[in-house]
Design a protein around this ligand. Structure first.
Ligand code: PGA
Length: 254
């Protein structure tokens, strides 16, 4: 059984300590009562330390939105996985907004390997753009991204990873994929690619999330699907709506 997981991706929002602490203090009471769902908040780097202090004794975990693949060195403006050890449990890797800014599959792969080496669980983002979807290339694009991102991991190592299927056209657009279409791609392309590379048992152990315009009104439909283990949430994670969204995800779990 895979444990449901809902991840908040704050992106470049709520980066001041007072704002971040205010939101987390509002979310914490209701989120702390839920026991079937893992909850992760990925804020900007600037607020990881104060949030780690406030969330120390809560079930809400923290994640980074990016990492650099190197352990240390002359990389101005970057943060390495080893610097996040003890602060974060997860790190988003290969978000389409970073891929659009030049991040390649091989960069994503190097970051995934670095995360696993430093005991951070990578949340590896994959997804097709609108032209690829319209051309019927979704499965090939997504399966290829999954395979290249996870190259070099052992079957045991891949089981700590999370894959987030986020169709680029659905991100921030208000136009989510249908639960059935997302479930299909996640089963065939994501889990199918995992099974080819790492075997069926590891493929079944990896949590696969849907992302792209998930809201509190849409979450239950996604959680009802067998291949969908949770969600990566952008816009709807920036307000107290996120507490409702996670509660509904938790309610949908047996
Ligand atoms: P959205 O963002 O929920 O605002 O569409 C999701 C994401 O980019 O991870």
């Amino acid at each position: 059984m895979r444990r449901p997981l809902v991840v908040a991706n704050w992106k470049m929002n709520i980066g001041r300590a007072d704002e971040a602490l205010d939101l987390v203090r509002r979310l914490r009471p209701s989120l702390s009562r839920l026991d079937k769902t893992d909850i992760v908040v990925c804020p900007p780097f600037t607020v990881l330390v104060p949030l780690a202090e406030v969330l120390a004794s809560s079930p809400i975990a923290l994640g980074a939105q990016n990492v650099h693949a190197a352990a240390a060195g002359a990389h101005t403006g970057e943060v390495s996985p080893s610097m996040l050890t003890g602060l974060c449990e997860y790190a988003i890797v290969g978000h389409s907004e970073r891929r659009a800014a030049g991040e390649t599959d091989s960069d994503v792969n190097a970051k995934v390997l670095a995360c696993v080496e430093h005991s951070l669980r990578p949340i590896v983002c994959v997804g097709e753009n609108l032209a690829e979807q319209e051309a019927g290339d979704t499965d090939a694009i997504v399966a290829g991204q999954v395979a290249r991102a996870l190259e070099g991991l052992s079957p045991e190592q891949v089981e700590v990873c999370v894959v987030a299927y986020e169709p680029i056209w659905a991100i921030g657009s208000g136009r989510a994929a249908t639960p059935a279409a997302a479930n299909r791609t996640m089963g065939l392309a994501v889990r199918g690619s995992l099974a080819n590379q790492f075997g069926e048992s590891s493929a079944q152990a990896v949590r696969v999330l849907y992302g792209g315009s998930v809201t509190s009104s849409g979450i239950s439909g996604f959680m009802a699907m067998p291949e969908i283990d949770g969600a990566l949430v952008g816009g709807a994670s920036l307000t107290s709506e996120f507490a409702d969204l996670v509660r509904l995800a938790d309610d949908s779990t047996m």
